[in-house]
Design a protein around this ligand. Structure first.
Ligand SMILES: [Mn+2]
Length: 416
């Protein structure tokens, strides 16, 4: 039997948590639903919880793809939680709000569940305008019911949530309070934000602000937290900091630019000497294929050479992204490609004409080559500002306000 201080007993099993993030339930890729991929991931995740005998599961935000997700997405989350608590009644679960989530929607089931083992933290808990530490700093129990870690759950914070604080002061206050309340137990801190130093995909790198917030410095976190579990960036990665800071990444590619990522969950063990992270790769049920950029005849040959499994169910048809190098207008490009693919078990994401010296989409330049789908609200805003104000870029404050507006309007998409 475990003693009252299991973390200090040499024979005790280390506290094990699974960190995963950015599920984006309800996501569609160019009109193709991802439900079967989510189901495959969630089934696999339940088996991993069992295999590693996890004490806790942290899902660090962007649970849903949009603030107003379809009922099917909510049913998927609740179905998963129901299976998880039935199979693992001692498992502690955190469902954290991200910038894509409606904080109120994430918080809603909390009232129903009370102080159980499933914690929903959508909005930053506040009391009389100030952060309510009692509701965001919680003990995490191991499977035998003994408090083994201290969770400081900070969700995605909109500027209005902070009650006059900035993010750095909020994190400072949370860390101070958590290390006090932890009474020697390891502190696990969460966040859903963009921390500088994190690699972002091509689509995100050009943004001035990400997710309505300027990128934050990694110095936000220090060694008072044994592990910092982050969400927002879709590529699994460590962030260089004074303690272990990690993005778990999303469970599968949410855009064509994410197809080369290694998607994984992070299995974190907390011991008296800190933490250890094991990255466990998630099997990818749907292939992401890419052809080009190459001239049309080469693209057609490459498409003809693709071999597909005719038995594959339609919801697992591979995704295919095509880029064709063009010198000028190619009126038959789309029909030629579609003809080649006719009847093939594949889901087309796009056929993009690429000019030899064309600039990257979304940047000022030859706008005639831009695809509507590639235009980003912030780059359009910057271009309009430059047109109307003598070529000047929008000042930071204005750009931030616009980005916050885009997030609130639910128009934010891409890598986070
Ligand atoms: Mn996000």
């Amino acid at each position: 039997m475990k003693q009252t201080m299991p973390h200090a007993a040499p024979t005790a099993r280390p506290f094990t948590l699974i960190h995963t993030s950015d599920w984006h339930l309800g996501h569609e890729l160019h009109g193709h639903v991802r439900e079967s991929e989510h189901d495959a991931f969630l089934d696999w995740l339940l088996d991993r919880i069992s295999a590693v005998e996890a004490d806790a599961l942290l899902v660090t935000g962007d649970i849903y793809d949009v603030a107003n997700p379809p009922i099917s997405a909510m049913r998927r989350l609740f179905g998963f939680l129901q299976r998880a608590v039935t199979r693992f009644p001692e498992l502690e679960i955190l469902i954290l709000g991200g910038n894509h989530d409606s904080a109120a929607r994430i918080d809603l089931p909390a009232a129903l569940l009370g102080e159980g083992r499933v914690h929903f933290i959508g909005a930053l808990p506040r009391r009389e305008g100030q952060p309510d530490f009692a509701r965001m700093i919680l003990p995490l129990h191991d499977r035998s019911g003994v408090p083994a870690a201290c969770l400081a759950a900070v969700p995605f914070c909109r500027p209005g949530d902070l009650g006059g604080l900035d993010l750095a002061s909020l994190y400072r206050a949370v860390l101070e309070e958590a290390s006090e309340r932890a009474e020697g137990l390891p502190v696990v801190l969460t966040g859903h934000l963009h921390v500088a130093g994190g690699a972002v995909s091509d689509l995100s790198e050009r943004r001035i602000v990400v997710g309505g917030e300027e990128a934050q410095a990694a110095s936000l976190f220090d060694a008072r937290a044994t592990y910092v579990a982050l969400g927002h960036l879709h590529r699994a990665q460590d962030i260089k900091a004074d303690t272990r800071v990690r993005y778990a990444g999303s469970p599968f590619p949410l855009s064509a630019t994410e197809r080369a990522y290694r998607h994984s969950i992070s299995v974190v063990t907390l011991g008296p000497d800190g933490c250890a992270v094991e990255e466990v790769a998630i099997p990818r049920p749907v292939e992401f294929l890419s052809v080009g950029p190459a001239p049309l005849p080469e693209v057609v040959r490459a498409l003809e050479a693709l071999s597909f499994d005719p038995e594959i169910p339609s919801e697992f048809y591979p995704f295919l992204n095509i880029e064709v190098s063009v010198e000028g207008p190619e009126p038959h490009l789309t029909s030629r490609v579609l003809m080649t693919l006719e009847g093939q078990p594949v889901r087309l994401l796009g056929i993009r004409p690429v000019r030899p010296q064309s600039e990257r989409p979304g940047e000022a330049g030859d706008r005639s080559t831009l695809d509507l789908a590639d235009l980003r609200p912030d780059t359009v805003f910057a271009a309009l500002h430059a047109r109307d104000y003598g070529g000047a870029a929008p000042p930071n404050e204005l750009a931030s306000a616009f980005a916050a507006l885009v997030v609130d309007a639910g128009l934010c998409e891409g890598d986070d």
